[in-house]
Design a protein around this ligand. Structure first.
Ligand code: ADP
Ligand code: MG
Length: 259
């Protein structure tokens, strides 16, 4: 099957400084792909390129075989949804209003949301276990609640791909697990491709079938958790000593920081 997203030799620079170089990467239908790498390694830049917010300085990006650069903003939004780290709301929108914003790529110009859009928004809230928040203000939510609402907004977009930039930072253990469970069910049950950037290496190890590890703007390694999450790789990329063994329950690599 044709990949949903294809990056060919993609490079991007801010001014003169290259943030990413020589990125070759495919995102397949319905897969849950994890992106790891230390701060500044280019993870957010990579997601912004995949979402078309940034345009490559080198190479090209294809969406189901078509050049991303040839698609209008609305066509891109029908295919790709981003849950970014920048999610400040200036106004006191209700949760339902925020989720309805996800419907914009499906509305005509000057067209308001109809009953079908409302239905889709409510179902998206249901899927992320956030239906009871519908009437609340987006400003009054806890970190975990807000993250579920933002994922619901992405789902309301009915995209083929959801990109998540550190969706579990600032969340406690229970919510981290819940968010990973949720995104893994999006790929397993709904066939949505999910690309998740995270610093939670153990969760990525457990939930993602494939991992791409970035270092200094290039792909250091990629493959299954057992191939990528080796002591050598992690020490090289994160620059700190670790112990890697297998989680006795999942059999996946498990990382312990050494003092
Ligand atoms: P990560 O998400 O892995 O922490 P980023 O993609 O945010 O990494 O950043 C990659 C590199 O690009 C870093 O060196 C960062 O300082 C630089 N960078 C990111 N955003 C900008 C920007 N808006 N202007 C200039 N440099 C930037
Ligand atoms: Mg980042």
């Amino acid at each position: 099957m044709e990949p949903v997203l294809t990056l060919k030799n993609v490079g991007f620079r801010y001014g003169m400084a290259w943030a990413l170089r020589g990125i070759d990467l495919e995102v397949n239908e319905g897969e849950l792909l994890g992106i790891l790498g230390p701060n500044g390694s280019g993870k957010s830049t990579l997601l912004k390129l995949m979402d078309g917010i940034l345009v490559p300085d080198e190479g090209k990006i294809l969406v189901r075989g078509k050049a991303l650069s040839s698609l209008g903003r609305t066509s891109v939004a029908r295919e790709i949804a981003m849950v970014s780290q920048e999610n400040y709301f200036r106004f006191e929108f209700s949760v339902l209003e925020v989720v309805l914003m996800g419907r914009f790529p499906h509305l005509g110009r000057f067209q308001f949301e109809g009953p079908k859009d409302l239905d889709i928004a409510l179902n998206a809230l249901k899927a992320t276990h956030a239906l009871d928040l519908a009437e609340r203000s987006i400003h009054g939510l806890s970190g975990g609640e807000k993250q579920r609402v933002l994922i619901a907004r992405a789902l309301a977009q009915e995209p083929g791909v959801v990109l998540l930039d550190e969706p579990t930072s600032f969340l406690d253990l229970k919510y981290k697990r819940e968010i990973f469970g949720l995104v893994s069910s999006l790929s397993a049950d709904k066939g949505i491709s999910v690309v998740v950037v995270s610093h939670d290496i153990d969760l990525v190890s457990q939930y993602c079938k494939r991992i791409v590890m970035l270092r200094g703007g290039i792909v250091h390694d990629s493959g299954e958790p057992a191939e990528v999450l080796t002591r050598t790789n992690i020490e090289a990329v994160y620059d700190c000593p670790v112990l890697v063994d297998n989680n006795p329950v999942t059999g996946k690599p498990r990382i312990t920081l050494l003092g």
